[in-house]
Design a protein around this ligand. Structure first.
Ligand code: EPU
Length: 436
């Protein structure tokens, strides 16, 4: 059944939000369990559709997967499958994370090509080139990546551009390769550090954590381990921006403030007060005249592309002119047309959106084209008059745990109900389910 979120025009958000574990950390941690035969535990796991999809991929490969609260148990003792089929990969592109570990442990992997995404092509050429550098033979046929190897061989590999996913996959392959692998220009997102910690706890020998040169001394086998997923910096950032947009005051708890430095700097530059403690961040925008601040996204520690749509909503809400440039995904602007339906004044040229602040948005039916675009529309709905109905909210189920409950704690009642629009009005292509 298609459902919509109805977001009411809201007062200033007030209160605390406990931030969940990061989906983009948990997905690689789950794939890493394929590297051993044993029972692995991942704590602080959010209940999200993407986690369910990765669990289904692992089950398809033969694992037993059980989520109890936020504790995920994965038993890979009888896990010998090596094929990740299209019907699963098409639900979530991070399914490609099984390529590296399957190849490394079983010597073969067959994974459907993920294809594009709502905001354009998202190639996996670097994942493939990396496997080839480790001596795998890779063929593409019938929409699948078929990879074979005896034991992978350690090698030097330089990423031509920073890629989170390709760094994950190369790490997951190189830990069991024969000899030394050196990864240059590797991604340094906190989710990569979380994975390195897990792999080292399993017995891997990875050096250089936190830097963009990772050295991996391959080992013959790995054991199951227990790991805590880090907090979701994008979820935390979304709520902080929501507080700024509504001129409220809120604290995000159980987060790592150092993971959000670029956002905190930008929020501070708007004129909001931001206070950090060991594991919390408070934003106070009450009675403050904020000004819009231009941002440019980039690989960590630069401003996260996954907060770009939400930031654009903040710029829309503030009087003044600003620009939002996305250097990671130059076409990630699907939310612009929907924000304009609410009255925003935004022009896109190349990878830059120019925004003239329009503090008086008016609620209207809009459509979430992907996860973060959906988040941007929720935030816009908070400051629009009347209410805003957001459709295609399955995208939000992929990445925001207990969204209704968390907003309720902040004083906003968001309703979720069946959509009254016809299929014809809400039809999307399968590609649109792929972002994340
Ligand atoms: N790229 C290539 N070839 C590749 C891989 C990437 O050209 O083989 C390009 C991409 O097209 C992009 C750039 O490299 O222009 C960076 O992409 P990256 O590989 O870092 O992205 P990803 O691993 O596919 C992850 C997150 C995304 C997040 C990006 C960037 C997960 C599961 N997904 O994607 O998260 O936007 O990193 O930070 O970790 C989201 O959570 O909403 C989301 C989309």
């Amino acid at each position: 059944m298609k459902e919509v979120y109805q977001v009411p025009a809201s007062q200033s958000l007030q209160g605390d939000v406990i931030i969940s574990g990061a989906k983009n950390a948990v997905l690689p941690l789950m794939a890493a369990t394929l590297l051993c035969r044993g029972t692995s535990i991942i704590n602080n796991v959010p209940q999200l559709d993407d986690v369910d999809t990765m669990a289904d991929v692992l089950r398809y490969l033969g694992a037993k997967v059980e989520l109890q609260g936020s504790r995920l148990t994965i038993d890979t003792r009888e896990c010998d499958g090596y094929q990740a089929p299209y019907h699963l990969v098409t639900k979530m592109r991070a399914s490609i994370y099984v390529l590296g570990p399957l190849l490394a442990r079983l010597g073969q992997a067959s994974v459907a090509l993920p294809g594009g995404c709502a905001w354009g092509p998202r190639p996996v050429d670097l994942h493939i080139a990396g496997m080839q550098a480790l001596s795998a033979k890779v063929e593409l046929s019938h929409g699948n990546i078929h990879a074979h190897a005896g034991r992978l061989k350690g090698a030097d590999f330089t990423f031509p551009i920073s890629s989170v996913g390709a760094t994950v996959n190369l790490l997951l392959a190189a830990v069991l390769a024969d000899g030394t692998t050196r990864l240059f220009n590797a991604a340094i997102e906190p989710e990569i550090d979380n994975l390195v910690d897990q792999l080292n706890a399993m017995g891997a020998q990875i050096f250089g954590k936190g830097s963009n040169t990772l050295v991996i001394e391959g080992v013959a086998e790995l054991q199951a381990a227990e790991i805590d997923a880090i907090a979701d910096r994008i979820e935390a950032g979304t709520y902080l921006i929501a507080a700024a947009i509504t001129k409220g005051k809120l604290t995000v708890k159980q987060v790592q403030p150092s993971h959000l430095t670029a956002l905190i700097d930008s929020l501070t530059a708007t004129g909001a007060l931001v206070y950090c403690e060991d594991d919390s961040i408070t934003l106070d925008a009450q009675r403050r005249a904020l000004k819009p601040i231009s941002i440019k996204t980039g690989p960590y520690p630069l401003f996260a592309t996954d907060l770009q749509p939400q930031w654009m909503t903040l710029c829309v809400s503030l009087a003044g002119v600003s620009q939002v440039t996305d250097t990671v995904y130059p076409e990630r602007f699907q939310h612009v047309a929907e924000l304009c339906r609410l009255g925003a004044n935004i022009r896109v040229k190349g990878n830059t959106a120019s925004i003239i602040g329009t503090p008086n948005l008016s609620g209207a039916p809009v459509k979430a084209s992907d996860l973060r675009a959906g988040a941007a529309l929720i935030l816009a709905g908070l400051i629009a008059t009347e209410h805003t109905d957001i459709s295609d909210i399955h995208h939000l189920d992929r990445g925001y745990q207990n969204l209704i409950g968390k907003f309720a704690n902040l004083g906003v009642t968001i309703h979720r109900h069946a959509s009254h629009t016809t299929d014809c009005q809400t039809k999307t292509t399968p590609l649109l389910s792929l972002c994340g």
